[in-house]
Design a protein around this ligand. Structure first.
Ligand SMILES: [Zn+2]
Ligand SMILES: [Zn+2]
Ligand SMILES: [Zn+2]
Length: 389
């Protein structure tokens, strides 16, 4: 099969494959690490190199060498060519291997990535250093998230990024600069770091409007977590007890498990996240209740659960709260509190009120009827997806 990939001209440059370069591989990475460990060296280097060095390290596109560029193009050609056969794929992997032998490019990418990481690790003490750190962070995010650079920079970039993956506050900074999707895209770092990013994701979603989940960055992140880690990552985060309940993760766990939904493409996630955006308030409240700490549940007893003002169980629990001795726990009563909140269900007609039982719903109906009719009319004007009931 003659494909476009065959017609591309191979680079003419030689590749240095001698063992000498192989052995210098680690020393040069060490240079990068020394620069990271010794900020004064970085400052001296920048003072010496001036604006040329700044442009080289922080502005100009990184040069990965002709063989890596060639391998990237060939691989894209084969991907796009629907008639590509085994020969073509074999040829592409040959070129890929050859590009891997370009150790000089490999080492240079490593060194430049290390130095960019060094800028981010330091504590900027003047305007220049602030600018460098800013540029370096943007550059690392771009390299890590852009498929073009990801492919070209490959393993050296992943290795150089370790100091960021291992540091929670840098990781958060990295994710706030748009690197979140990359972390979930190819990443087998520690669970602790995964948790740091997941929590950050959840905080952002809680602070913004729910509709932010439809933003491509979040869509990518959620898609990538799920395709890489399955439901486990969502379940772990959904279990963290905080005031800021991770509703998004509970919602995803609930929906994916209940309907055995399968998500193979990002496209599949769009309607699900759309559903989260218009999730009725009562349903959100119930998700929250399920993951509140016991003291939060006591605090929120009167806001969550049942809208029937004279709900007998609610009144009983409020009385128990009054008798409660701080610091002394009673598992039986706490279980009663948890069960009451968890039983709460939305009025199926309006989805704007919730009740702990049919008894309470009936008792509240005379008072609820006018608002229910009103909100039902409002609802029918909107396009509504299913709720997680
Ligand atoms: Zn009730
Ligand atoms: Zn209603
Ligand atoms: Zn449900």
């Amino acid at each position: 099969m003659i494909t476009r990939s065959r017609r591309r001209r191979q680079p003419t440059s030689n590749i240095a494959t001698s063992r000498k370069i192989l052995t210098s591989h680690f020393p040069l990475h060490q240079v990068g690490l020394f620069i990271q460990l010794d900020p004064s060296r970085l400052q001296a280097m920048m003072a010496e190199g001036g604006s040329d060095l700044e442009a080289f390290l922080l502005d100009e596109p990184v040069d990965v060498g002709p063989w890596r560029r060639y391998a990237y193009q060939i691989e894209r050609d084969v991907e796009r060519d629907e008639e590509a056969d085994d020969d073509d794929r074999f040829n592409a992997s040959d070129v890929h291997e050859k590009a891997g032998e370009d150790l000089a490019a490999h080492i240079l990418i490593w060194l430049i990535s290390d130095i960019n990481v060094a800028f981010v690790l330091g504590e900027p003490s003047n305007e220049d250093e602030l600018r460098w750190a800013d540029k370096a962070m943007k550059r690392l995010v771009k390299w890590s998230t852009d498929p073009f650079y990801r492919d070209l920079l490959g393993d050296p970039l992943t290795d150089a990024m370790c100091p960021i993956y291992w540091n929670e506050s840098l990781l958060v900074k990295f994710s706030q600069n748009g690197g979140m999707a990359a972390l979930y895209g190819d990443w087998n770092q520690t669970k602790k770091s995964l948790m740091a990013v997941t929590r950050e994701l959840q905080n952002k979603i809680n602070h913004e409007e729910p509709s932010i989940v439809k933003h491509p960055v979040y869509l990518n992140a959620l898609f990538n977590i799920h395709s890489r880690y399955g439901l486990a990552a969502f379940q772990r985060t959904a279990k963290i007890e905080t005031w800021q309940s991770p509703i998004i993760f509970q919602f995803l766990c609930h929906r994916i498990k209940k309907d055995c939904l399968t998500f193979r493409t990002k496209q599949d996630w769009i309607p699900l996240l759309g559903e989260f955006v218009i999730l009725p308030d009562v349903v959100r409240r119930r998700y929250k209740w399920a993951h509140m700490s016991i003291s939060c549940q006591w605090d929120c007893l009167t806001f969550y659960g049942c809208d029937n003002d004279s709900c007998p169980e609610q009144q009983a629990l409020v009385r128990l709260r009054g008798k409660r001795v701080r610091g002394v726990r009673d598992p039986e009563i706490e279980e009663r509190l948890r069960v009451w909140g968890a039983k709460s269900k939305a009025c199926s007609k309006c989805e704007e009120s919730s009740y702990c039982s049919q008894f309470c719903q009936k008792a509240h109906w005379p008072a609820h009827k006018p608002t229910c009719l009103e909100s039902r009319a409002r609802r029918s004007k909107r396009v509504i997806g299913g709720s997680p009931h």
